[in-house]
Design a protein around this ligand. Structure first.
Ligand code: CA
Length: 225
């Protein structure tokens, strides 16, 4: 059985490879999110061990992009103890399970075997806020019966907000969730994308579902329009 390990800490990645091979697995290793995503989509794996904080693309983005192309390979997310991500957030990325570093190798192997037994998870349900619907699996966005074309990034921002309806998300949170963690451009890029989204999913339909909460961030609400 073949596993993919996506981990940029070389010592940890080497240790995982050796340990998992000793347990009878074949192991591929990628040291950044871009290579990890490429391998995950090119090869078939029994499970993927995915570090959350990665150069190139974060584990969050890798997992989301895999699910977006209907790849439901079980993902065990590896998160840092002092990270901003808690259990719920790790699972919200589309991961099936998570382990906080540092972890015991025996626990890791047990979790991996459990994930493989459980198999690929179900496709997620369509997200709905009022008559706005977003399907993470087919990448379709509809307002009532009208299909709306979004760019990949616009889709990601909208999905991020629609996974937390009514909840105010700061620019930093949206940046962390949608762009890679090492994004060092202008955080106002978030505002730009919210503007694009309003022009596509709200205004043509007379809605105001994408709200700016002054000094706090943005949220998507059912505005009842
Ligand atoms: Ca890392």
């Amino acid at each position: 059985m073949r596993l993919l390990v996506v981990e940029d800490e070389r010592r940890l990645a080497d240790g995982l490879r050796r340990g998992l091979e000793a347990e009878g697995f074949a192991v591929d290793v990628a040291s950044n999110g871009v290579d990890g995503l490429w391998l995950a989509t090119e090869q078939s794996y029994a499970a993927i061990l995915l570090d959350l904080m990665l150069p190139g693309k974060s584990g969050y983005v890798v997992c989301r992009e895999l699910r977006a192309v209907d790849d439901w390979t079980p993902v065990l997310m590896l998160t840092a103890k002092d990270g901003v991500w808690d259990q719920v957030e790790a699972l919200e990325t589309g991961a099936d399970d998570y382990l906080t570093k540092p972890f015991s190798f025996a626990v890791l192997v047990a979790r991996v075997r459990a994930l493989i037994r459980r198999g690929a998870g179900p496709r997620p349900s369509v997200l709905r806020v009022g008559d706005l619907a977003l399907d993470p699996a087919t990448r379709e966005v509809r307002r009532s019966d009208t299909t709306i074309e979004l760019t990949a990034r616009e889709f990601a921002v909208l999905e991020y907000l629609m996974r937390r309806p009514g909840e105010v998300m700061s620019k930093a949170e949206i940046l962390g969730g949608v762009w890679s963690f090492d994004f060092d451009g202008d955080p106002n890029i978030v505002e730009v994308y919210i503007g694009h989204l309003r022009r596509k999913v709200d205004r043509p339909f007379g809605h105001r579902s994408l709200e700016t909460v002054r000094g706090a961030g943005y949220r998507v609400v059912d505005d009842g329009a």
